[in-house]
Design a protein around this ligand. Structure first.
Ligand SMILES: Nc1ncnc2c1ncn2[C@@H]1O[C@H](COP(=O)(O)OP(=O)(O)O)[C@@H](O)[C@H]1O
Ligand SMILES: [Mg+2]
Length: 270
């Protein structure tokens, strides 16, 4: 039976869809059969980041409504044989989701795939509760900003009270990704550091992803940044994907890293 991992956040625009695409691909590159499902109905963009938008014919709501089979709706990645994608509906709104149908879809995905990555809408939106409903674990994405962390705390509250696992008396495992870290700003005190964030949220840290301009270009080109060997964000996503696959990979302290020759030289004179 596959493992269902929801990629969640409090507010929107923090990097859930980017993380979903890169982590699903990273997991697939580790030899694990994985599917990425876009649960952000009405705002689909996971298809674009994966470079598959032209291949979308059927979406997940049509599978739930039996207008198409899962096999008809699944789209195979162009870069990994282990990765498949299921698109969100563009036409229906978030109220199109019903618990019983979501469960049926998730169960079918669990029988086909080892890892099921769900790209969630933001925690304040109605589709969020359905995305977390049948999740085994969740990865909470935050930016190092107070508003992002406060809203993430609320999203965790909903996860811990409304997911099926919790209703059954179990716990949903929760992991944190801190995304868009600017090491210089952390060092100068302009940006929250990870210890402060962990103090507030008190969940396990699974990765720190640096701010990287290449992420936006890669997404626009439909080639997830993880494919770019020279990108620091790619290396960071790779480490998270390996951890998700059960490998022991040390957390890299990207916040205290100095980049470029100039900072190296200026460092000598400090
Ligand atoms: N590490 C990063 N560095 C730079 N830009 C990023 C990074 N992560 C995400 N972004 C950009 O932030 C924006 C929002 O990301 P997205 O994944 O769509 O967020 P969400 O799904 O949470 O709404 C996108 O333009 C994306 O390219
Ligand atoms: Mg998104």
């Amino acid at each position: 039976m596959g493992l269902v991992i929801a990629i969640i956040s409090g507010k929107g625009g923090v990097g859930k869809t980017t993380a979903s695409a890169n982590l699903a691909l990273g997991i697939a590159q580790n030899g694990i059969k994985c599917v990425a499902v876009d649960f952000d109905i009405g705002q689909r963009n996971l298809d674009m980041i994966l470079g598959l938008e032209n291949r979308v014919v059927y979406d997940m709501v049509q599978v739930m409504d039996k207008e198409a089979t899962l096999k008809q709706a699944l789209i195979k990645s162009k870069v990994s044989d282990n990765l498949y994608f299921l698109a969100a509906s563009q036409t229906k709104d978030k109220t199109a989701l019903e618990s019983s149908k979501v469960k049926e879809l998730i169960d079918e995905l669990k029988s086909e795939f080892e890892y099921i990555i769900l790209d969630a809408p933001a925690g304040i939106e109605s589709g969020y509760e359905h995305t977390i409903e049948f999740a085994d674990s969740a990865i909470v994405v935050v930016n190092p900003e107070v508003s992002s962390i406060r809203d993430a705390d609320r999203a965790i509250g909903i996860l811990d009270s409304k997911s099926q696992k919790v209703k059954d008396g179990e716990e949903v495992d929760k992991y944190l990704i801190i995304n868009r870290i600017n090491p210089k700003m952390v060092q100068s005190g302009e940006m929250l550091n990870s210890e402060d964030i962990l103090d507030i949220l008190n969940i396990k840290l699974i990765g720190k992803i640096p701010e990287d301009k290449g992420v936006i270009d890669a997404s626009n080109q439909g080639k997830p940044i993880i494919l770019d060997k020279n990108s620091k964000a790619a290396q960071a996503y790779k480490r998270v994907a390996s951890r998700m696959c059960g490998e022991k990979v040390d957390l890299e302290d990207i916040e205290s890293q100095k980049d470029g020759l100039f900072s190296k030289i200026s460092g000598i004179f400090k």
